[in-house]
Design a protein around this ligand. Structure first.
Ligand code: UTP
Length: 476
């Protein structure tokens, strides 16, 4: 039997008769490519999702009983500082002994930013126009130097942006990193289905309407690609995962790694204080007694607005999606199929109708399915959440303007670098808007305020916008 016939039979057996007929009616390259896509589908999984979410009308599960998550606060006394120092030392040992891999999540579509290309190619830096990828790469390089370790770097891409991402890295000479030390892992896709019938939709004659399977897809992608086995073989115990759109992220922060290890945790979180009850970030909570993440849209208003006696938000712990994940945990989660729940989203999906005409709906017509990385949390045997200083670790670039935009990130970075300089006694002039002038510090020169203080030459001063390169020279 030809592979086309195999695909047709599989579709018919799965009740996807319309697509089976469409495939039978095609020829040439369109037929081959559609058959290949069908061959890659997990039709049992799709059948199950369609039965539950389309025919069964299943919606998201109601929220269980919500309580405050236990967190490790920012140290405020000597005992806490000593505990943090101990955690740092454990984390530094993990890095030095090659127990850690860094994992950048870069498979998203970045639709809110509206940037044409992988989000990591976004030139966020005000003076040098360096990209998010360049910023993360510089941190990886700095960590390798600081801890004398290989620190393998895994980058999750999607079929939509994998080639463009690899091309950016190649064009930038892998930002000075050895190409063999970077592994691109392509996440999977899931097909959109008609919201009424559950029929698989085609975007083009020879192609399904596919989209990335969500950041939870990283677990399956790491397993499928052999990356988890590779990590095991290399003696790596822990994956440090972070998102592409936060140029302040403290990659492989040793304190976090150390607390995670000391607690024997399988998957851990970093949280910052939400800036307002309505801030659109997931919140780390105790859900039915287990550490979990609740999406902002699922946290009821009364809980989002609940305050403690001192006026602070009760559910303050906004997740910045920085996690430590044990390799063994990722293997367990993917043994015999991914053990994360699937979520549905109603979307407008352009597709071909029964006559092969392109339809661009003005209302949601389709259901897309996704898994979320943070749904691993309640499945972990142990998990810790550390509080991070928002000003030091978080300036997401999500939207084209307003909150969480390139402009807000620019200001937040300028303010952070300004604090670093002020801590060394160097004053930073203000721009006309009364805010610090544009500042950049290459992570290879200084990863943090202490390193900056140690490396700046005596007599250094700032008179205007200043970008420090990897060797501390001013880039103009
Ligand atoms: P977001 O949830 O912000 O999604 O991703 P996004 O796709 O980047 O942007 P929008 O929502 O379309 O505007 C958070 C992080 O998770 C990664 C993203 O690359 C980003 O680093 N991600 C998201 C994946 O790697 N894969 C996915 O399927 C989704």
């Amino acid at each position: 039997m030809t592979s086309v016939q195999v695909a047709i039979d599989a579709l018919n057996a799965a009740g996807q008769n319309a697509l089976a007929s469409a495939l039978a009616g095609l020829d040439g390259a369109d037929q081959q490519s559609l058959a290949a896509q069908v061959d890659d589908l997990d039709l049992d999984l799709i059948g199950d999702l369609v039965n539950r979410f389309v025919h069964g009308g299943e919606t998201e599960k109601p929220l269980g009983s919500v309580g405050e998550a236990a967190t490790i606060p920012i140290p405020a006394d000597d005992a806490a500082l000593a505990a943090e120092a101990q955690a740092r030392s454990v984390g530094e040992d993990m890095l030095r002994s090659g127990k850690v891999a860094a994992l950048l999540l870069a498979g998203g579509q970045g639709s809110r930013l509206g940037f044409d290309g992988p989000k990591g190619d976004y030139p966020y830096a005000p003076i040098t126009k360096r990209t998010l990828f360049a910023q993360h790469a510089a941190k990886i390089a700095a960590l390798r130097t600081r801890y004398g370790c290989e620190l393998p770097w895994y980058i999750l891409t999607s079929p939509q942006n994998d080639a463009a991402t690899k091309a950016s890295f190649a064009a930038a000479d892998h930002f000075g990193l050895a190409p063999a030390s970077i592994t691109f892992v392509v996440q999977g896709t899931l097909p959109a289905v008609d919201a009424q019938t559950g029929a698989l939709l085609r975007a083009e004659a020879g192609s399904l309407a596919l989209s990335p399977d969500g950041h939870g897809g990283l677990f399956s992608a790491l397993r499928r690609s052999g990356a988890l086995d590779e990590m095991k073989a290399a003696g790596i115990s822990t994956i440090f995962s972070f998102q592409v759109d936060n140029p302040k992220v403290r990659v492989c922060r040793p304190e976090f790694l150390g607390y995670h290890r000391e607690a024997n945790a399988e998957m851990s979180n970093t949280a910052v204080r939400k800036s307002s009850p309505g801030e659109k970030m997931g919140v780390v909570v105790e859900l039915d007694g287990t550490t979990s993440m609740v999406e902002y849209s699922d946290l009821p208003d009364d809980l989002a607005n609940q305050r403690n006696d001192d006026g602070s938000l009760t559910y303050w712990a906004g997740s910045i999606a920085v996690h430590c994940i044990e390799v063994d945990f990722a293997l367990r989660l993917t043994e015999g199929g991914l053990k994360l729940p699937y979520h549905r989203a109603n979307k407008k999906v352009a597709h071909l109708d029964a006559n092969g005409q392109l339809v661009s709906p003005s209302e949601p017509n389709a259901i897309k399915f996704e898994t979320f990385l943070f749904d691993g949390l309640p499945l972990a045997s142990a998990s810790i959440t550390i509080e991070a200083a928002r000003d030091d670790e978080f300036c997401p670039i999500k939207n084209a303007d307003g909150d969480s935009s390139p402009e807000s990130a620019r200001q937040l970075l300028n303010e952070m670098y300004s604090r670093w300089y002020e801590a060394t006694g160097i004053s930073v002039p203000l721009a006309q808007d009364g805010k610090p002038v544009d500042l950049e510090i290459d992570p290879r020169f200084a990863l943090d305020a202490d390193e900056l203080a140690a490396r700046l030459p005596a007599g250094f001063s700032i008179t205007g916008p200043t970008a420090l390169g990897p060797d501390g020279a001013i880039i103009s």
